[in-house]
Write a protein that binds this ligand. Structure first.
Ligand code: SF4
Length: 168
């Protein structure tokens, strides 16, 4: 089902079934991505959830290809949990945004342990950082000295930043 068809289908089903809880698999929003159907379904699931779907079935990357492995199942479950949370945010469910706000604060503070604790998959987040450690704790290897958090925090403390200077 394409993205633009999801909201009307959800509203119609909820109306015809007098608001009864609605459970969907996906919807998978494009059929061109075998091996990535946990993503195609999470995209549709997030939109469906934000429009009133109550329960999402998880889809693994192995969908249409083979029986899923344990790792496939983990990827599918994590992708679906992300879709559920995105749906809760879209519906403005009380308290849903607190999680994101806490993560935003941890990011601004460059508090890596807090970010790992809050991550939907702490093991993966921790592993990725460990695999590519920056020279200093106050950034990551994506932007290094150009880290906007690092530099904004320094500016907020009144420091003059010149990224061409070695010590900055
Ligand atoms: S270096 Fe870039 S990607 Fe990494 S934390 Fe800073 S802003 Fe984010």
């Amino acid at each position: 089902m394409t993205l633009n068809e999801i909201p009307a289908n959800v509203l119609l089903e909820k109306k015809l079934c007098h608001g009864a809880p609605f459970y969907v698999l996906g919807p998978i929003v494009t059929d061109i991505a075998p091996g990535y159907d946990h993503i195609t379904s999470a995209i549709g699931g997030a939109l469906a959830a934000s429009h009133g779907v109550d329960f999402l079935c998880y889809v693994t990357p192995a969908e249409h290809l083979r029986l899923p492995t344990l790792e496939d199942m983990k990827e599918g479950i994590v992708a679906t949990k992300i879709a559920v949370h995105a749906g809760d945010l879209g519906k403005n469910i009380k308290g849903a945004k607190d999680w994101d706000d806490e993560m935003s604060l941890a990011r601004q503070q460059l508090d890596w342990e807090k970010m790992f604790d809050l991550a939907i998959d702490p093991e993966k987040a921790r592993r990725y950082r460990k695999e590519s450690m920056p020279k200093d704790e106050d950034s990551c290897t994506m932007c290094g000295k150009m880290c906007s958090m690092r530099n904004m925090n320094k500016v907020m403390k009144g420091k003059d930043i010149n990224l061409l200077r070695e010590e900055d």
